[in-house]
Design a protein around this ligand. Sequence first.
Ligand code: FES
Length: 367
Amino acid sequence: MQSLNAIYIYPIKSANAIRLTLSNVEEKGLQFDRRYMLINEEGKFITGRTNPELTQISVELLSTGLVIRAPKMKKLTILRDNFSRYSIASILWSSAIDAQHCHVECDAWFCSFLNQKCQLVHCDESTIRFVENKNTQVSFADGYPLLLINQRSIDQLNSRLKIPVSVLRFRPNIVINGDYPFVEDSWQKIKIGEVEFEVSKPCSRCSFINVDPKTGLVLNNEPLQTLAKFRFYEGNVDFGQNLIALNSGVIKEGDEIQVLETKGSIYYGNIDDYQDNKENILQIKYQNSNVQFSGNNQQLLLDQLAKAAIYLPFSCRRGLCGYCKVKLIAGSVKILKDEALTDAQKTAGYILACSCIPSADITICED
Ligand code: FES
């Protein structure tokens, strides 16, 4: 029998998981999941992609709020009754959200922990955010209310890795024991406990899965590099399935997974098959600091720049946020993804360094 193995929530975006034996499923996701996040001075969300130390914050649920702890920090109690009750215009990927400010004491704690200016905001009943192109609300999760991971798929990934990774690398809400690896790719609608779910979309992965949640450190480019060898499709590396709950109700560990509808699976490939087989040495010129270095036609431009100590801002590493946008002044690149760019930006020659590979000598510049 396919069954529900574990339930996790992450009350603060990018902070530690809490494991539950049962949970209420709401429209926005599991109750208490991703109801808090940090924003910078411009209102843009802060995550473990750029601040992996966030994964070292442990969170305890209270009926009145949260208690949080982190290395070298005093414990902080966050009480909803003390919230400031004003909203802050916040940006989470492409969503503009009116999020609720928590309290200046919370801001001070996180500023001290991250060593940068930030504010903690809350997603309450008044905070409206919809899943893209869907009539369903979502909390401060990346894009969808819930994420499902199959333990059998993790096992298969681990059989390819030198050092196995825990399921928590993938920050799932629901971990299931499927009949076989990646059986979840073929599901359209499932039922767990009292709740039916639409299996909406595979989850595209970024470098956040390379952060070890135990240490907050990135030791190498794994498991993303290995996943890209067998889970690559149309510029994305997919692992896990995003879910939308079709009704509210309770799910609990041990519940049977009932598959109500299926669909055709995507045929996944190896990222190497999409790159030129023959490695060529190319010249990459970064006009802002007039630096030129030897690159290649095999690796992502963002990674090649970083090797040359040119650190562009980035967040998603999958063509969605636009942080790594640069202008291509000369030469050509192979574009893997460009969703974050407007048509006008594409016409003007902008490219996303995280989602393209040089195919000739290039000159680029940052605005
Ligand atoms: S890092 Fe988000 S688009 Fe490149």
